[in-house]
Design a protein around this ligand. Structure first.
Ligand code: ZN
Length: 106
């Protein structure tokens, strides 16, 4: 069964602003946590360092796949479209400008 591509569109400017601010807060929180994990990683050695590197990569993948920013251009203020095949969010501007590869996302 194919999952549907979802568009999340908010027209109210106040709600758009609220959404943008929440995304920025989450991204700042993410970067703080990422910096702490990187500090542990730089101080570790051997197996522990490899384990922390995998955690760091997984952590970065979570942000890339989140609705907080477009996975193609990185903007945080646009409406987003969810592509279930890749489990990624892409902004409507990228979709409308045909920056999404059909073979990859559809
Ligand atoms: Zn985009």
């Amino acid at each position: 069964m194919l999952k549907k591509i979802k568009r999340v569109i908010i027209k109210n400017p106040c709600l758009r602003n609220l959404r943008y601010n929440l995304r920025v807060i989450l991204i700042h929180f993410f970067h703080d946590q990422e910096a702490a994990l990187e500090a542990f990683w730089l101080g570790a050695e051997g197996e522990e360092q490899i384990k922390l590197l995998r955690q760091l990569e997984g952590f970065r993948r979570i942000l890339k796949k989140s609705i907080c920013r477009c996975s193609l251009c990185g903007v945080t203020y646009n409406d987003m479209v969810y592509f279930p095949r890749q489990k990624e969010w892409v902004c409507v501007e990228c979709v409308d400008n045909d920056l999404v590869l059909k073979e990859y996302y559809y």
